[in-house]
Design a protein around this ligand. Structure first.
Ligand SMILES: Cc1cc2nc3c(=O)[nH]c(=O)nc-3n(C[C@H](O)[C@H](O)[C@H](O)COP(=O)(O)O)c2cc1C
Length: 406
């Protein structure tokens, strides 16, 4: 490692102040990462308020964001300990991948704000855990850089832009770089109003007010890491004409197109020969139509409550979508997944696997690659424990009889 100052995050990984990490031993759990909530608390301590809120916040009243978590708690799990559970198998078959656990890392823009080259750190953690990393269009590394530096399964997340040529070119780049699947997100066609960002003056790049300056000074470790990271930007959009972040940010916002149609999905389908998933589905009829237009998978999502405030919790929307899809394609879900029990509940209602958004950003903020590994391992051990306590051996065999019919 080039840097002299090193931080030891746990017994297995040592990271320097710019986030380069070296593996010194096998992964060992760290008791501070006892739960995803504990990681969130640590992230809040380590990040400037406006950066923490950028990830933590949701749209407008944040009711949909909170509902995502609350709705899981309404589903009670009914154990049958005599039925088995002596050894557990958490693996999930998803397209050509066999994941070691039913959790994928979902696409989150600007992960490099939480840890230098955060996308790479999170992708490495996903691959070490035996799962998929989904790269956001708004990453601070390019499609090509991430592909070059990681071996494991990777998906790329795209939008339908006003400039359909840009949509196509991102797809072409992901294809040429060997991404296994394309995720088209359809719930972000106008940006949601995240009021915390407005209150905090969080824009890209951050506006330096007196309050923000105090906030930054109070978090020197984060500040030093970021200062030493050259040129944090929306790397995929950078070009000779547009290199500074202000211009890129404006370009991205102006390219969101509220006028999307199913024909756009058909176009993407024609151009993308590998697996195609549509993310942001909440209506069963949209799930059916997506399959008819060629989607290979559905991601039930409300963008973590960051877009349409008032939308249902994703776990509430899931059963009708699973019914409508009727086993034709895998149905994944994200939004508010904080516990292994939530993942088992989602499986009981028919989801093949879950994605996490904020929890991986909190893991990044606390310990880069190692922090994301810890988050994934916490979830893995929780799923395992729930299965054991419920008398179930195989995650994929969990059915709705695990839940009390209220
Ligand atoms: C900071 C942040 C950035 C995000 N950026 C994207 C993105 O670029 N593309 C996308 O499809 N979803 C994006 N999402 C939504 C996530 O993929 C996911 O749907 C959501 O975070 C799941 O909810 P959870 O955070 O409660 O796990 C973002 C979420 C957060 C918190």
């Amino acid at each position: 490692m080039s840097d002299i100052q090193k931080y030891k995050y746990d017994d297995s990984v040592i990271c320097n102040s710019v986030g380069e990490c070296e593996q010194v031993d096998n992964f060992k759990p760290d008791h501070r990462f006892v739960s995803v909530d504990a990681v969130r608390t640590m992230a809040r301590e380590r990040l400037p308020r406006m950066v923490f809120d950028f990830a933590d916040g949701g749209a407008e009243t944040e009711r949909t964001m909170r509902r995502n978590e609350e709705a899981f708690n309404k589903l009670r799990i009914l154990p049958r300990p005599f039925n088995g559970g002596g050894s557990r198998d958490l693996s999930v078959k998803l397209f050509e991948h066999t994941l070691s656990m039913p959790v994928l890392i979902g696409p989150t823009g600007f992960a490099g704000l939480f840890w230098p080259r955060g996308e790479l750190a999170a992708a490495r953690a996903a691959h070490a855990a035996g799962t998929v990393y989904v790269m956001s269009h708004a990453s601070t590394m390019t499609i090509e850089e991430l592909a070059k530096e990681t071996q494991g399964p990777k998906w790329f997340q795209n939008f339908i832009y006003r400039d359909r040529g840009l949509t196509a070119s991102f797809g072409e780049r992901a294809l040429a770089s060997g991404y296994d699947a394309l995720v088209v997100t359809i719930d972000n066609q106008v940006p949601g109003l995240r009021e915390r960002d407005v209150r905090n003056g969080f824009v890209v790049p951050p506006r330096l007010t007196f309050k923000n300056a105090i906030d930054l000074l109070a978090h020197p470790a984060w500040g030093i890491r970021m200062l030493r990271t050259p040129n944090i930007t929306f790397a995929n959009y950078a070009s000779a004409e547009r290199s500074d972040i202000m211009a890129l940010s404006a370009y991205m916002a102006s390219n969101l197109d509220p006028q999307v149609s199913w024909e756009d999905i058909e176009t993407v389908r024609r151009e993308w020969p590998r697996k195609l998933l549509i993310k942001g589905i909440l209506h069963p009829l949209d799930a059916v139509e997506a399959i008819q237009r060629g989607a290979d998978g559905i991601i039930v999502s409300n963008h973590g409550g960051r877009q349409l405030d008032g939308a249902p919790a994703t776990i509430e929307a899931l059963p009708a979508i699973v019914d409508a899809v009727a086993g034709r394609v895998p149905v994944l879900i994200d939004g508010g997944i904080r516990r292994g029990a939530d993942i088992v509940r989602a499986r009981a209602l028919g989801a093949t696997a879950c994605l996490i958004g904020r929890p991986q950003l909190w893991g990044l903020a606390v310990g880069g690659e190692s922090g994301v590994c810890q988050v994934l391992e916490v979830l893995r051990s929780e799923v395992d424990r729930v299965l054991a306590l419920c008398g179930r051996e195989r995650f994929c065999d969990v059915r709705s009889d695990l839940l009390i019919d209220l």
